[in-house]
Design a protein around this ligand. Sequence first.
Ligand SMILES: [Ca+2]
Ligand SMILES: [Ca+2]
Length: 494
Amino acid sequence: MRTRTYFCLLISAILYILNNNIHAQGSGNAFKMDGLNDYVGFDNNNRGIENEVTVEAWIKTNSFGHHHILSKYDRDAERGFQLLIQNGKACLAGRDGSGSYRLSGYSATIVADNSWHHIAGVVHEGTWTIYVDGKLQNQFISRYENTILRSNEELLIGNYYYSQLGNHFYNGQVDEVRIWKRALSIEEIRQNMCQSVPVASTDLVAYFKFDETSGSTVKDYSNLSIDGVLRNTTIATAKVTSGAPIGDKSIYLYPSSWAGQQLEIKDEYNNSFKVDSVGIGSPMVGIHLYHVRSRPNSLAGLNNAVDSYYGVFTAISPATAYKTNYAVEDNICSASFFSRADNSVLFWNPLATTVQEGKATAKTDGNSKEYVVATAPVGKVNIQGPNYFCAGSTIELSVISDATPIWSTGETGNKITVSRGGKYWVSIQDGNCLLTDTVQVQAFPKPALSLGDDITICDGETVELGAPPGLNNYVWSTGATTSSIKATTVANIG
Ligand SMILES: [Ca+2]
Ligand SMILES: [Ca+2]
């Protein structure tokens, strides 16, 4: 029994470690829908949506069919909205109570290219808009003033069902789906798309991370907490490691000119990760830099454990190239950049890294990627050993170093023996930095010590014996420690 208990504890510990290593970082997991019958169903709660809405999702698909990423659409009541893909292009559609079917129009960008894209649909004051990767793609201005989106139809992710039209299953991966009961501005969409948002964000009425690993319940992280159920598959089957570019914090640029533009994130230790020299790739429109404040889901390929990492997402299409720079608060002596395509790739590849003036730089192609930097900050070298000794004897000076120290005596090695006073220094090449330390060693002359000729005294007589005064310590054969003693008995004192 006891053996079995230990065995179970061991298995639990291993599972705990595996779960902690694999699922908590960056975008975590995503769900892969098979396009045949998989979808997530929710109840028909309207979630407080009235006359405006924002729906957003990260998707990865290569299917050009007619698929619905999300729907909350009551065809009979003629209210609600759908986020869909047709012919590889994204669109927000729905009805607003007017009797007309509204479409934002299809995105110019083909989103079914097997890359991760952020899709956002917004209804605001009767205008239906579709964004891809933070860029406005198409828009329909209805000028209808009484827009009502309220719908008591079930929310579905990965499907739209209507009795007369059947199902429209989504075929591909989906992650980080959010619904807001408010129209987000383009700046808000860009600000939020590459970072997780606080679960208590105002007007956030549905938030699905798809990080579950078992069962069939799909957790709603919004304050409403209206969970869903994965249908016609299991989470164990549907879950994949997500490659969506999502960090804990992100910043972005969508400039009219790229000249001189840069993005910089500083971590809690004031270390800086910077992207600059962004080459212009047509039709690249924006770039996001995100920081994940936890250990990556895999350390394979790295030469060191790291506790955070960074990612770059290039909107719509890659730039031609860009540079990543890393500076720690102290200078860097040596550094290696590593990159991987995204969170779903469990191996890091080294990048050619330059270290100059305490800063590490790697030039990289213009693709979306994740990065870690393994660095060695400027070390310190300290010569250890006494700084004085008696002439005629020797002392040892030493340093602790993995690299080879070079001493002022020309010797190499971690210690030297010194028999003369003077100035000694050591230098150690640590990556790009030369570390040095200096000590001044003093050799004291040996004091002359003599008690003179032997003296004979009679019983009862006393004689004072003295050593030279002013020395640091004295020890007599009697145990006395003063500079002079009074001898009263016959003894061979010195
Ligand atoms: Ca996720
Ligand atoms: Ca299925």
